[in-house]
Each structure stands twice: as C-alpha cells, then as structure tokens.
Design a protein around this ligand. Sequence first.
Ligand code: SF4
Ligand code: SF4
Length: 380
Amino acid sequence: MGHQGNAIQRCHVYFLAGDSADFMEEEAKVVRASVGTRLLRGLRFARTRVRELRMIGKALASTKHPILVHVIPMRQCNLACTYCNEYDDFSKPVPLDEMKTRLDLLADMGTSIITISGGEPLMHPELDEVIRHIRRRGMIAGMITNGFYLNRERIERLNAAGLEHLQISIDNVVPDEVSKKSLKTLDGRLEMLAQYAVFQVNINSVLGSGVKDPEDALKIAQRAVRLGFTSTVGIIHDNNGQLKPLGEHEQEIFEAVMELGKRSFSRFNDFQHNVARGKEHEWRCRSGSRYLYICEDGLVHWCSQQRGYPGIPLAQYTPEMRHREYLTEKFCAARCTVSCVQQVGILDNWRDPQNLKPMPITPASPPAQLVQIGQGRGDS
Ligand code: SF4
Ligand code: SF4
C-alpha cells in the first residue's frame, strides 16, 4: 500500500488456483446498500465534493501549502507481495500522539488532503482516532489499504470516524504466489463496502510487464463499477517509479479500463495515456512542496519511490524548504509513473518553471530498513 505507486516487478513463476472466468460468473452478484446508507453516502459524497472544490480553489489561489500528503502510521503489513518495497514485517505502529503531532504540523501548513498509507494502515490499533484527527483539523481524509481487515464492523467504524476516500489495489482475479490481493480473496469485502460504506471507494488494478493476465485488470474494473465504485488502473514502473511501455494488447485493455473509470479524477489527465504508450511527458513535479510523503519516522520524502530525499523531520521542514522544492526540477519527472503526484501537479503545471537543482542534504536519521523482496511498487 505504499499503494499509490504503480511500480511492480513480478516473479517469474505463476500458477492459477482456478478458472477466473467461471469465478466471475459465479460470484459477480450485485449488492445494494440500504436506503439509509445510500442517503448518508449521498450526503458525505456531496460534502466531500464541496470540500474538494474548495481545495482546488485554494490550490489555484496560492502555491504556499501542500495539497496532498501521504502519511504512514504503520509500516508493517499482513501481506508480503513479492514486488513491494514499502512494507516490513516487524515495525510497531506510530504512537497516536506522535501521529496527531504530525497531523497538526501538516494542518498548520494548510494541507488539504491526507492519505493514510502503509504498510497496512488497518493494522494500526488507533487508526479511527488518526482519521478523526484529520477531520477535526479540517483536512480531507483518505486511506489506501489491502482490504484484508475489512468487515462490517470495521467499515462502520471508518464511517463513524469520518473517512472520505478509500482505495484498494487488486492485482489479479485469483491469488498467486506474487500477490494475494485478488478479486477472489477480496470480493466478499468489496460487497460489504458496497453495502455499508458511506465513503467513496476506488478500486485500482494494474497493468504492465510481469502482469500475468492483462484481462484481469478489465475484470477487476468491471466488477468495481458494478458494485458502484470508481476504478483506476496503474501502470507498472520499475523500482525508481519509472516508465515501462505497455504492449499493444495491454494498451487496448488500458483504454477500456480508463473508459470504465470515467467518474474518477484521472480522466482529466492524459499523462497516464503517455505512460501507457511509454512516452515521456512534460510536467513539473512539485513533490517536497505541494505533495509530501511522510514516512513512519516522521521524515519528509519526495514520494514513495524516491525515499531518502530530502529526509528532513517534518517539524524542521520550513516554508522556505517547501518553496525551494516547489522550484526544484526533479530528474525523474519525464519518466515518472506516480499518478497521484502528477494529478497534484496539474494545478501548478501552467506556472512557475522549475530551475533549481536538488540540494545535497544529509538525512537527519538513517531511513528505516524496509523489507525489499523484488523491486518496485507498493500499493496495497
Ligand atoms: S517525478 Fe516526483 S513523483 Fe515522480 S518519481 Fe520523481 S519525485 Fe517521485
Ligand atoms: S503492496 Fe500493499 S499489501 Fe502488498 S506487501 Fe506492499 S504494503 Fe502490503
């Protein structure tokens, strides 16, 4: 779940646990929420939409605050996807008071959206309080999870805490030795979300080299839309978040999934089409400024795929540092596939050319040691 990234480098050996088409026919029933849940959902959607529009207005009016921040309250994960470099199997949850301090610092900077990522955030024992604190401080609350801990009670707790967005990344239709995040293992939980969640749900699927069956992405997206969710598709990048072109057939599937996902924000953005075609794209990455990645140690990083820089504790990260990063050209931008940072970039691409180079900065403390099996993405 580092989970926003789309990098993936999969294993060489695959096996199928069943026939995916049969599974889809058997399982793909439509689930509906009660009238009460639908009303509450409509209300929360409308409120979030208003807050999002306000967020866009504020971002256009000023470049001085972060638009989107990823925070990591829990680096540990219950799964071990072989491509992932964003989890470990030992670290403790970040204490609630520490999380609140970080969120206060971010709120004081004027941050609009907080996305909780990991590891697996649902393993954090006080996650509801983390979400409540985000909302209390007036920020939009989102989360990326592998979904394995979701059940009716947990979904209702997330409703009560005020969660506004949830994303689950699904890698395949049936689990394999690379990833257990499959439609087969998660479909029951997706149905519970369709029945009980009052927050918005997005299902992300993946395409790219090493993905065994590209049709899976389309099946996952179709199921998501049938359940009333939005769907997006991530394109595989290497372990530096960089571009790999899709094959012709994968490109067709990519376009079909994008068409299905029309309700999502990414339709306004054609960078993903460039990524799919392996074309470099011109944009200004404002990470370190308009987008921040705060690791479990409370250090600021450019993004999940460029951890280590600037590596400064959040409490010491000044407005001048943010402004410097705003104007710093990122060497990895032309071939970047980290879609959330690109979406944030849209709001500033038209202004303020970047002409500074990254400053050599020594990290305040060594980065946490992560389990690194294979290479690539974490996107729960
Ligand atoms: S361009 Fe920005 S978001 Fe993309 S990999 Fe580089 S630092 Fe990360
Ligand atoms: S991709 Fe997500 S679910 Fe898989 S190991 Fe990484 S953090 Fe855990």
